[in-house]
Design a binder for this molecule. Structure first.
Ligand SMILES: Nc1ncnc2c1ncn2[C@@H]1O[C@H](COP(=O)(O)OP(=O)(O)OP(=O)(O)O)[C@@H](O)[C@H]1O
Ligand SMILES: [Mg+2]
Length: 272
């Protein structure tokens, strides 16, 4: 039937995508790994340099250098996480809290670009299993792309969550120009941004992270204009079931505490 043909086509596209990602990931992971150590040393030395007695001009130059080295290191760690060489630490994650953190962290840039934010968080949103750092990175990146898309004229970023078919769904919608080719946005090195501004790796990294969690991430243009990015992650099974298989000695209050910590201990991302 037409439906199963469409399903097959989608499955095939997913397979091609993950093949592309895994061979590219191995290549990049190797290179990024080699770059990481000397870069760490360079960050250290440039910090030491700025701490010595320098003229104002020298200090200015040393600070510029430190800033650029940090930028390179951030790029290398995004390559590393794209290659998924940083082991992920999975805990139960509340996507409402995570999206809220991402919005808070993006606030200065959103404000500077005249972008209004509207959020609709579902109160019955189930928790998901994932690495909170990686998931935060995904949210920040999608928000960041939306900001680039709405750079010119400002706009509205809508963030919504809902509970649907045992999935936690998180949607970011903007009212920018929409994606030129929505089906290509997750391709490694696909970028429509000016040369030197976008590597085209952001969304392919996000795709890898979500895929590893047996979730789905899709991009669609909205009828009303703008793009929507939807993330669907499997809900963690109900607490009652978890409780029965919990090892003896762990009280439920302890576990509730560690869940809260998983959300509260989100580190701040590197300053841009
Ligand atoms: N909100 C959006 N609206 C319109 N187009 C978008 C949006 N988000 C992503 N895109 C398109 O998808 C492309 C790929 O995005 P991706 O984040 O992977 O790379 P990039 O932002 O170009 O570079 P970088 O590697 O720095 O993230 C973008 O260049 C843009 O064409
Ligand atoms: Mg990007």
């Amino acid at each position: 039937s037409q439906q199963s043909f469409e399903d097959l086509k989608r499955l095939q596209a997913q397979l091609v995508q993950s093949e592309k990602l895994s061979s590219l990931g191995q290549l990049l992971g190797g290179a990024a790994h080699e770059l990481n150590n000397p870069l760490t040393a360079m960050v250290g030395y440039s910090d030491l340099l700025t701490a010595t007695s320098l003229t104002d001009e020298q200090r200015g130059l040393a600070e510029k250098m430190a800033h650029q080295v940090r930028r390179t290191k951030t790029l290398v760690s995004s390559l590393l996480s794209f290659a998924r060489q940083i082991p992920s630490e999975k805990t139960k994650v509340n996507m409402n809290a995570l999206a809220q953190t991402a919005l808070k962290l993006s606030q200065p840039q959103l404000r500077a670009r005249n972008i209004e934010v509207q959020s609709e968080f579902a109160t019955d949103l189930p928790q998901v299993m994932g690495d909170s750092n990686q998931l935060l990175h995904v949210c920040l990146h999608i928000a960041n792309n939306a900001m680039h898309a709405m750079e010119e004229a400002g706009g509205l970023l809508t963030v919504a969550t809902r509970h649907e078919n045992h999935m936690a769904v998180l949607e970011f919608s903007d009212n920018g120009p929409g994606a030129r080719e929505p089906e290509r946005v997750f391709d490694p090195f696909y970028s429509t941004r000016p040369v030197g501004q976008g590597a085209g790796l952001g969304l392919s990294g996000c795709y890898g992270i979500i895929q590893e969690l047996a979730g789905r991430i899709v991009c669609e243009n909205r009828a009303a204009g703008g793009a929507t990015f939807r993330i669907e992650l499997p809900a963690v099974k109900s607490n009652v079931r978890n409780f029965s298989i919990r090892k003896p000695g762990h009280s439920s209050s302890q576990s509730a505490e560690s869940e809260n910590q998983a959300c509260a201990s989100l580190p701040l991302p590197p300053t841009p």
